[in-house]
Ligand binder design. Structure first.
Ligand code: C2E
Ligand code: CA
Ligand code: CA
Ligand code: CA
Length: 276
């Protein structure tokens, strides 16, 4: 099943519920994994299809488990969210990705996107934590994009205030999974957003389902008229790519161009797809 790891071990079992022995054991393992530095950041390039260049990269965490091998986020991010461990884990990802991406900047041309959980966002120290991470790495804040979802909007006024502070620092905000929730449009209107990401659930059927195609078209044209950058994720084939190109959506992320890869493999891609 989808929830099973390589060897059939079912890692995250929402049905087992918080507080059950299974859940508690996983929580302990997750905590220990953080201490033992078992997490690893993978990087997926984002391309500009006009220039065929890498313009950005999304940091995606994996758990390199000593016995079970590489564990995908779907098996541990939900538990990390439930237990609050996403805060230290997310900050660890941010720090690692910023330090790594600093090495890749030759002419400040690669935008780094990092996923940002609602819990990290709600943490009152968030602004100073981010500032410290950026300062330590001497990383240009305007090259950092935080990917947020609507789940941050529990407290709209608070969220807007935090987003404004981040934007004052120069940080960019991207709305991830756009279109998957009810209030996407209201959210977009209220929040100071720079980018939006078309969710890959729309992309997967865009060539076969006329409703999905219509939604993708509408999102792109809306983003263009609102002057918001739009990026499509989950692009897996040439047909989807040319569909997007026709609509002048030129920022693309997906398996067609590259899956998320390790640091070493990302450096190979950089050699190939950047001119600087
Ligand atoms: P997301 O933020 O929507 O990330 C995009 C996911 O789509 C990634 O899955 C990526 O590997 C996958 N993907 C990219 N292109 C394609 C494609 O062409 N086809 C298909 N089928 N999939 C594609 P991944 O790495 O397994 O991450 C899953 C989710 O886990 C992420 O979804 C994000 O919500 C969460 N996540 C990952 N890393 C972090 C993190 O550091 N912090 C937080 N808070 N969440 C994270
Ligand atoms: Ca960008
Ligand atoms: Ca994302
Ligand atoms: Ca997404």
């Amino acid at each position: 099943t989808k929830e099973s790891g390589k060897n059939g071990f079912s890692f995250y079992q929402p049905a087992s519920g918080p507080g059950t022995p299974h859940q508690l054991q996983l929580e302990t393992e997750l905590r220990r994994a953080l201490e033992r530095n078992e997490f690893e950041v993978y990087y997926q390039p984002q391309f500009n299809t006009n220039t065929n260049e890498i313009i950005g990269v999304e940091a995606l965490v994996r758990w390199n488990h000593p016995e079970r091998g590489m564990i995908q986020p779907v098996h541990f991010i939900p538990l990390a969210e439930e237990t609050g461990l996403i805060v230290p884990l997310g900050n660890w990802v941010l720090r690692s990705a910023v330090i790594q991406c600093k090495k890749w900047q030759k002419s400040d041309s690669i935008q780094l996107s990092v996923n940002f959980s609602a819990l990290q966002f709600q943490n009152p120290t968030i602004i100073s934590v981010i500032k410290e991470i950026l300062d330590e790495a001497d990383f240009n804040p305007s090259l950092l994009t935080l990917e947020i979802t609507e789940s941050i909007a529990m407290d709209v006024d608070y969220s807007i205030e935090v987003l404004r502070n981040l934007k004052t620092m120069g940080i960019k905000i991207s709305m991830d999974d756009f279109g998957t929730k009810y209030s996407s449009l209201g959210f977009l209107k209220k929040m100071p957003i720079d980018h939006l990401k078309i969710d890959r659930s729309f992309m997967s059927n865009v060539m076969y389902d006329s409703d999905d195609a219509a939604i993708v078209k509408a999102i792109i044209s809306m983003a263009h008229s609102l002057n918001i950058n739009v990026i499509a994720e989950g692009v897996e084939d040439e047909n989807q790519l040319s569909f997007l190109k026709d609509l002048k959506c030129n920022e693309i992320q997906g398996f067609l161009l590259s899956p998320p890869v390790s640091v070493e493999n990302f450096e190979v891609l950089l050699q190939k797809y950047t001119t600087n």
